[in-house]
Design a protein. Sequence first.
Length: 498
Amino acid sequence: MQLGAAVRAAYRTYVSQSRDVLPFYLLGTAVPMVARTLPLITVAIGYLVLWQTGRIDTITTLLADVGPIPIDQPTDVSLSTSQIEQLQAVLLIPEVTVPLAVAAFASLGVLITLNAAVSAGQLHGAYGGLRGRDGVRDAVDGTFRDTRTFIGLVVAEVMTYTGYVGVIGGLGLALTLASEVAGVLVGAVGVLGALVVVPAVRLVFAFASVAVVVDNVGVFGALRNTLGYARRRPGAVLGYGGLAVTAFVVVGVVSSVLAVIGGATAGPLVLILGLWPLLDLCKLAVYADVPQETSHPGSVRRHIRRGLATGWQALLGFTTDRWRYVFVAGVVFGGAVGLGWVAGGTMTGVFTASIEQRLEGTTPPGQFVRYAANNWQVAAAQSFAGLGLGVPAILSLGFNGAFLGALFQLEVAPAVLLAFVVPHGLVEIPGLLISGGVGLHLGVIAWHYATGTASRGRLAGEIETAYRVLLGLFVLFVIAAAIEAVVSPYYWRLLPFL
């Protein structure tokens, strides 16, 4: 397919088949949350070890000498060399550092595996959408089929870069022994060559992943097919590369503008739900012989309005039919708030927080974008992370609850903080609990699938339902963000008793 036709096919599919394409891209936000599950558990165990051995009291005493430390601007506090050495002696004990090192290494393996799995699912879902199939079901099937192949592609790409560096470095070192000038020249040529080699290798492997999905081949078959396609259609491959670079530049500019106004958290969502799926659809359409349709996808506004309406209905349906999961999420969150309050009490005088200081210099437009994007992304990650048998979702609820409890304990003006939180919290916290309930529900479904009591079709259906619920939660978080940006920071200043 020609590049222009591929762009049109990508746009048409993105607009009209977004429910088939986007779920796995939003699911990708859960990968970091799942990957950090083991390190978080290890940190919690390490804290208990330090507490049981009395080292927490020692740390508190050391920090109290320079405290209270403002958690909003901790860099304003400096420790002496002696204090740093004492903290290292207390913290860096084998009972803490060894499990943390093992957990970090394991987390890296989980991160690589899950990224490969999700990437496979994303491309299969996008290819299914292009062909008018059930994209979510294709994504689930493709994840189980091709995860190992996608890991192999990652390893092969890293080995390619490593081999290039090794050849240039070895040649430069060998020539340096004979002539220092020759060694420097080889190094310079290697650096300049990397400007060509790195993009070329990245482009080849970008299409190799597509070849895995379209041609149903392994790593070597994908590379062979990709190189053959590049020889036959160099213009299409290079054209896609130029399109991708241009798109990344445009998105970078947009993200920079959002960051300037205080809405930096929206930048990742532009990538996750905009650029990446459109580029994947485009390269799939370029590589594959996808039937072209001449019909227009219809009004974008109409598709958005219909999607949000469907999402709102799914949200209401989930909270009605699956309310027990939301209730359990509320219990976990509420219990964590209490634990955070108690734990924060042990740090009184060591750390301090100020809501008024955090609000200084903020503007409503930037804060609105920041809150809406961040809260929805957290909700999406928390929901889909539940596929890890529910554990990551529980940890996320616990972390957010504990942080809120500790924040109230350390706040210099708790009445002001309460006044700030209440208006938007009445909308935002239920949204957080609903997303936690979705995560717990997906955890149960994942368990049923792992034990053979749920089919792959059921798993795909529940993932699609979770996506629709998240569309409904987007509406909820937009409302909460509007209140938090426009009402919460200002109304309480008019109250005479605050």
